[in-house]
Design a protein around this ligand. Structure first.
Ligand code: PFF
Length: 472
């Protein structure tokens, strides 16, 4: 068996984990939710949740990884005999996510190539995105290239692959975000049809100024739930990733400090993504344009926004899709590592073998996902998914069902079975003090499981607020 690798320094770990956390969710969902959910109100609630709920879950997973020096599949049973099923769920989640995340990575690559080759404005045409994803071959080709990039980095291992690439990707990503956000804040546009002038600063206001007009208690609760679901996904919690990365953290590094840095990084990039996207969409598309999120925001609305910018839009579009490509790649390698490290630990096999198996597995399922828009087209209606395709089905099962279950399992194990002290001792192993200790104990035992149950019920279309209203 190969000797377990470790990150060379804590900065390598922080950048790799932040690379995992900063992904498509930060770019295509966070800004949209903030603009929809009362601007600054959402931002404040998100920040509070990050420092409490996010901090608790992230600390627990990284500590489980470092304490056991095991990957998600085998770590839980090392913490407590008989908890292997939780490890299995934690390993199934990244196995399911990897193929479809790479399919989306392929879409990003396609748009990047379009903008780099000066064809970006074609993407603004009606039906361009639909035409691309329903094509039989091109989505598979771009998916295969994206998957190959991930496999290449994972083959190279923890230091020469993950750590090294994160040290290049993450600073580049930040620079790109700052350039684009800086440019966006200077723009304004007069609508030729209505003669109305809109400026980016007005758009920025919608994003950051708390909108408390007509805010009822129920609405605030809804904002809290939205922020919680977003945070849970954004920090890459319950995907097995933070356990895998935690297992490569050296024993003498300061865990508490690293966890804070990861949270700050992730939240800062999510916030800046909003500074980049919301004013731009508002200026060129008005408030109606701001209704889009997810793939339709990224692959339909934004190309139109770039086109409206004139010639410079091609450059901004290329920089933007470069940035998104980096964000998606660093997340995809983390999810692949969660699977590869699990295979290595469970089957005592080499990195080369484990990576090859996972690449083949992801390739087969990814092709099925691509064909789900073409020859295997069918509509899925399940839980909160209405009329989705194979990709939406995999996304639903992993994100909405298995991830909350896995996180609830972690809370039960740490909070009630082996007790929070297990994690606290791991964090304080080198004599450093873990801040927010009481908060951690209360969160992991009581509040986090309740919040996770609310998230899980939402997946089954059960609105807890409505339920409470009916009961009382
Ligand atoms: N934090 C990531 C994001 O916001 O996109 C979540 C993620 C998804 C990480 C998929 C890794 C991954 F493969």
């Amino acid at each position: 068996m190969e000797k377990r690798s470790s990150f060379k320094g804590s900065i390598g770990f922080v950048l790799a984990a932040a690379g995992s956390a900063v992904g498509l969710g930060n770019i295509w969902r966070f800004p949209y939710l903030a603009a929809r959910d009362g601007g600054g109100l959402f931002l404040v609630i998100y920040l509070i949740l990050a420092l409490t709920f996010g901090f608790t879950m992230l600390t627990s997973e990284v500590a489980i990884g470092r304490k056991t020096k095991n990957s998600p599949l085998t770590a839980y049973s090392q913490i407590k005999k008989g908890w292997k099923p939780l490890g299995i769920i934690s390993c199934i989640v990244p196995i399911i996510i990897m193929p479809y995340y790479c399919v989306i990575g392929g879409w990003v690559l396609k748009y990047l190539v379009a903008f780099i080759t000066g064809n970006g404005f074609k993407a603004a045409k009606d039906g361009y995105f639909g035409g691309f994803i329903t094509d039989q071959w091109w989505p598979i080709i771009f998916f295969a290239i994206f998957l190959a990039c991930c496999a290449f980095i994972i083959f190279k291992g923890v230091n020469s692959g993950i750590e090294k690439s994160s040290k290049i990707i993450m600073p580049a990503l930040i620079i790109l975000v700052l350039i684009i956000a800086g440019y966006v804040l200077t723009i304004g546009y007069t609508d030729p049809d209505t003669g109305v002038k809109r400026t980016s600063l007005e758009g920025l206001k919608i994003y950051v100024v708390p909108d408390l007009q007509n805010a009822t208690v129920k609405q605030v609760f809804n904002v809290i739930i939205d922020a919680m679901c977003q945070l849970f996904y954004s920090l890459s919690i319950a995907m097995g990733i933070m356990i895998a990365y935690g297992s490569y953290v050296s024993d003498d590094s300061n865990l508490a400090k690293s966890v804070n840095q990861i949270e700050i990084f992730d939240t800062a990039v999510a916030f800046l993504a909003g500074v980049m996207i919301i004013p731009a969409v508002y200026v060129f598309m008005g408030k109606e344009g701001m209704q889009a999120s997810g793939p339709s925001l990224m692959f339909v609305t934004l190309p139109r926004v770039f086109k409206s910018m004139g010639w410079i839009g091609n450059i901004i579009g290329a920089l933007f899709f470069f940035m998104v490509f980096f964000a998606a790649l660093s997340s995809a390698i983390s999810i692949m590592e969660a699977v590869v490290s699990s295979f290595m630990d469970q089957f005592k096999t080499s990195r080369v073998k484990a990576t090859t198996i996972e690449t083949v597995l992801a390739a087969v399922v990814g092709i099925v996902v691509c064909l789900g828009y073409n020859i295997w087209y069918f509509e899925v209606n399940l839980g909160s998914v209405k009329g989705g395709q194979i990709l939406d089905l995999l996304d639903y099962v992993s994100n909405n069902v298995l991830m909350p279950i896995s996180a609830i399992g972690t809370c039960l194990l740490i909070g009630w079975i082996v007790k929070p002290k297990t994690v606290i001792d791991e964090v304080e192993k080198n004599g450093e003090k873990m801040g927010r200790k009481i908060l951690y104990k209360v969160m992991i035992k009581f509040i986090a499981p309740i919040l996770l149950i609310i998230i899980l019920l939402k997946s089954f279309n059960i609105d807890v607020i409505d339920l409470v209203e009916k009961l009382f």
